[in-house]
Each structure stands twice: as structure tokens, then as C-alpha cells.
Write a protein that binds this ligand. Structure first.
Ligand SMILES: [Fe+2]
Ligand SMILES: [Fe+2]
Length: 257
């Protein structure tokens, strides 16, 4: 996957042209290459998936937990925004989607990798997930300022692009390792996740595009670049444990060793 494929996917799905968002994204990625779009990153994922026992099942179970906590982090942002209806609606819908994804990842783990887990492990993961209830959907008095909101939207956009790419790398492996009798349901879950993640890229892109104007364009570009740089760092740090345990010194280009 590449930046131009992201933009193409958005154009296929959106009536809007998103020309200012495209300019921001292309400017940022021309200076700061997203590490997850690099060949060594793909190779590292493939290496982990094919050589580390139980890596893929553990990734699916971990996704349930991270999507569940992501849902509540989004709800917290939503609770502090009271001045932008479209952003509020998008973020709330996003939070609910991620809470649903947490459950879907548990289902995916059961359908594709049931045999790889201790008998009650997935029940424990499922019980640890906190759904979003009507009682959670309340505004707080901790107000999110406009500049902070645009910063959050940029970060969400970057994270969703990375998530969509991870799904693209991993979905074919989940599908092919699932038992034949479950492949149909696994495929439906994976397609639903891919559709939702693209829509999360789309609504954040649209809000950034609406925000951008001649006066703030340079500020948006430099903020996007700065956040992209941060997420490159976070992503590599996250891979670090696996690299030391399993990389066997083979991924120097990715980690700049
Ligand atoms: Fe998700
Ligand atoms: Fe998402």
C-alpha cells in the first residue's frame, strides 16, 4: 500500500475531492516516509508471522484489547468537543465502530484460531472489554480547544491509515489459516473491518480538508509532518521487542541499527 493508494481509495468512496487534504498528505509523506509503507516493514511482519509461534493469534487477541481502549479514548475526545457538529458526529460514530471492532476481533480469533488459545483465554479477553453504553455518552467540562481537535484529527488520520495497512498485510493470512468451515464468516468480518477503517480515514480527511484554507495550510502541513514523524517513532518502538527477540539482526534497514 502507498500514499497514492490511500488517496485513490478515498476518491472511490467520497464524492468530495479532498484536494487540500491530498496536498497536506502528499507534502508530509514526501518528506517523512511512513515506516509502515516500507518494504522492510512488510518483511518484518511476514518474518514474525511465519517464524514466531502463535504470533498471529496473539495479534488478533491484542487487537480486541487495543480497539476496545481506542473506542473509549475517542469517546473522551468527543466528550470535550462542543463546537463542531460534524466532527462530534464523526468521532462518536468512530468510537462506536471501534467498540464493535473489539468484539469482532474476539470473534475472528475464535473463528480463525480457536485451537491456539487456552480454553478460557478468549472469554477473559471478551469480559475485559467495556462496551460503550448510553450512560458513557455524556459531555465533560474538560473542553477540547479547536487547535487541539485538529491535532487529534491528524493523529487519528495517521493511525487509521496505518491500521488499514496492517489489515491489508494480515487479513490474507487470517483468511488462509482459518478452518475451511469458518472462512466465509472470517471473510465477512475482514471485509467489514476494511470498509470501516477506510471510512475512518475518510471522515478525518474530510474534516482536515474542510479546515484547511490559504491561511492555515502551512501550519497544517507542518503539524501533519510532525505527527507522522512521531508515529514512525512509536511504531518502530512498538516493533522493538519483537525485533530483539526474533529479528536475528536481519532488519537493520528498518530500525536504522
Ligand atoms: Fe478498528
Ligand atoms: Fe479505525
Amino acid at each position: 500500500m502507498s500514499t497514492s493508494e490511500v488517496l485513490q481509495a478515498l476518491q472511490e468512496r467520497n464524492a468530495d475531492e479532498l484536494s487540500r487534504f491530498s496536498e497536506v498528505l502528499l507534502d508530509a509523506t514526501s518528506e517523512v516516509q511512513p515506516v509502515w509503507f516500507s518494504k522492510p516493514y512488510d518483511d518484518f511482519f511476514w518474518h514474525c508471522a511465519t517464524t514466531i509461534p502463535n504470533w498471529l493469534p496473539r495479534v488478533v487477541a491484542a487487537c480486541a484489547t487495543t480497539e476496545g481502549s481506542g473506542a473509549h479514548a475517542l469517546l473522551k475526545i468527543w466528550s470535550g468537543v462542543d463546537f463542531h457538529r460534524e466532527a462530534e458526529d464523526g468521532i462518536l460514530r468512530h468510537a462506536k465502530d471501534e467498540a464493535t471492532h473489539a468484539q469482532l476481533f474476539v470473534q475472528l480469533a475464535r473463528l480463525a484460531f480457536e485451537q491456539n488459545f487456552e480454553s478460557d483465554y478468549l472469554d477473559t479477553v471478551q469480559q475485559s472489554l467495556c462496551p460503550i453504553t448510553e450512560l458513557d455518552i455524556v459531555k465533560s467540562d474538560r473542553r477540547v480547544a479547536e487547535q487541539m481537535l485538529i491535532d487529534y484529527l491528524i493523529q487519528l488520520n495517521i493511525v487509521e491509515i496505518r491500521t488499514r495497512h496492517h489489515l491489508r498485510l494480515l487479513a490474507p493470512m487470517y483468511y488462509s489459516l482459518a478452518p475451511a468451515c469458518n472462512k466465509g464468516r472470517v471473510e465477512r468480518i475482514l471485509n467489514g473491518l476494511a470498509r470501516d477503517e477506510t471510512s475512518h480515514i475518510g471522515y478525518t480527511a474530510k474534516l482536515i480538508d474542510d479546515w484547511a484554507n490559504d491561511c492555515n495550510m502551512e501550519r497544517l502541513k507542518s503539524l501533519y509532518k510532525c505527527r507522522l514523524h512521531d508515529y514512525n517513532q512509536h511504531t518502530l518502538e512498538h516493533c522493538d521487542v519483537a525485533k530483539h527477540d526474533y529479528g536475528q539482526g536481519r532488519f537493520a534497514a528498518l530500525f536504522n541499527d
